[in-house]
Design a protein around this ligand. Structure first.
Ligand SMILES: Nc1ncnc2c1ncn2[C@@H]1O[C@H](COP(=O)(O)OP(=O)(O)OP(=O)(O)O)[C@@H](O)[C@H]1O
Ligand SMILES: [Mg+2]
Length: 386
């Protein structure tokens, strides 16, 4: 121990002073025999373990360690004894009154200079309040995440109700038309009048069927958004998958649209091909929707790879995504199209996430928009998709 030169003190005074420091220091200090018996402890340690100091001495200190931490404590001590580990260990001590004290302990082996048996000397720091603060923080995070999820679930449910209600209304209206037409036809005096009465049926049936298929599209899309994980993965040639999707999309791409493909994957990707195929189609359809009508619209699709994984880019030279819409395009039911459901990007995002990948975009009103799908090589299923 260092003392200031101006404070020259007699050895016995120094010992008394050291003793006082040992007792007063707000850190538990212990000396433990190599067999685990407690030899010496200061006041703070006695406070931490909440026991009578006279009862403690000479007993294995593991007697006051929380039963669930005893093994960890023994392993740590054994590690220090064989010099295979060092550093601190988190231990809980169980007090006589039943409460638990969370601590951080650090031990070292000390060989007395005067010879004699080696022992462990260490500090025990009470971190209960820090631990409580951490637990409170974690709990606050958990509550915030849950309420965020509930809030977005609420938004989704409200959106679903709204989106399904629309087609339901016109299905209802058209079924009424069909019913009235049938009643009129039944009451008609002759066949010709009955035929005339039945005339609206064809159109109303078609409209009702259209409404039903819209509801079906919405529910299928929702199913994909909320389902738990991607289906079975297979090693898939992304170049071939993109080619197949281009064939499927061709009728919707329009004759004026030039499609350029650069397919450069050299290894397969472990993916669920139907799902990633659907992402590619969604992106191609969105690109087609913005370049259609432009006399020289171009869609470029690129497949590439690097050490980390595969990339699929779908690039259009359309008008870009207006700034105000950029934060909303992945939101369920956000659409700027008359016939859109606004689920295409929501579903695509969910699929790519289930592959532990990322769906991002870059957009510019002058040059157009690039959507990028990144699929990492090392696929581990994300926590929330399990
Ligand atoms: N390449 C793009 N360029 C400009 N805007 C885009 C592009 N892709 C998507 N958007 C915008 O994002 C919105 C949401 O797209 P999303 O695919 O989710 O739904 P949608 O295409 O409107 O409907 P659906 O996919 O159900 O037919 C679109 O309505 C459009 O406003
Ligand atoms: Mg779409």
């Amino acid at each position: 121990m260092l003392t200031s030169a101006s404070e020259a003190v007699r050895p016995e005074e120094r010992l008394r002073s050291l003793d006082a420091i040992f007792e007063a220091v707000p850190i538990g200090i212990v000396r433990v025999a190599l067999d685990g018996r407690l030899i010496e402890a200061n006041g703070e340690f006695v406070r931490i373990v909440g026991r009578d100091a006279r009862v403690l001495m000479g007993h294995p200190w593991s007697e006051v360690v929380h039963p669930d931490d005893v093994q960890r404590c023994k392993d740590h001590v054994a590690g220090i004894a064989t010099a295979s580990s060092e550093g601190s260990v988190e231990l809980r001590f169980q007090r006589a009154d039943g409460t638990t004290c969370h601590t951080e302990c650090r031990l070292a082996i000390v060989n007395p200079p005067s010879g004699g048996a080696a022992s462990f000397v260490g500090y025990v720091l009470d971190v209960t309040s820090r631990q409580r603060a951490e637990l409170a923080r974690e709990e606050a995070h958990r509550v915030a995440a849950t309420s965020e999820r509930l809030a977005s679930l609420g938004t989704l449910v409200a959106g679903v109700a709204h989106e399904i209600n629309n087609p339901l209304m016109y299905i209802r209206g058209n079924v009424d038309i069909i019913r009235y037409a049938a009643e009129d036809a039944l009451a008609a005096p002759d066949v010709d009048s009955a035929r005339t009465a039945l005339a609206p049926i064809e159109r109303s049936t078609a409209t009702a069927i259209e409404g039903l298929s819209r509801i079906s599209t919405i529910t299928k899309g929702l199913h994909q958004v909320v389902r738990q994980s991607a289906g079975e993965r297979r090693d898939t040639d992304l170049n071939a998958l993109v080619e197949a999707m281009l064939l499927v999309a061709r009728p919707k791409l329009g004759n004026d649209t030039e499609v350029r493909a650069s397919l450069q994957a050299t290894t397969t990707a472990s993916i669920e091909p139907n799902e990633i195929g659907q992402v590619i189609l969604n992106l191609l359809f969105n690109a087609a929707d913005v370049v259609r009508g432009a006399s020289e619209g171009t869609i470029t699709i690129r497949v590439s790879e690097d050490d980390d994984g595969h990339t699929i880019d779908v690039i259009d030279d359309g008008p870009g995504i207006p700034e105000a819409d950029q934060t909303r395009i992945f939101t369920p039911f956000f659409t700027t199209k008359h016939t859109g459901t606004g689920l295409g990007l929501t579903v695509s995002h969910a699929i790519v996430r289930a592959h532990n990948g990322q769906l991002t975009f870059d957009t510019n009103p002058r040059t157009g928009t690039r959507f990028r799908v990144r699929i990492p090589r090392d696929i581990t299923i994300p926590e929330e998709s399990r």
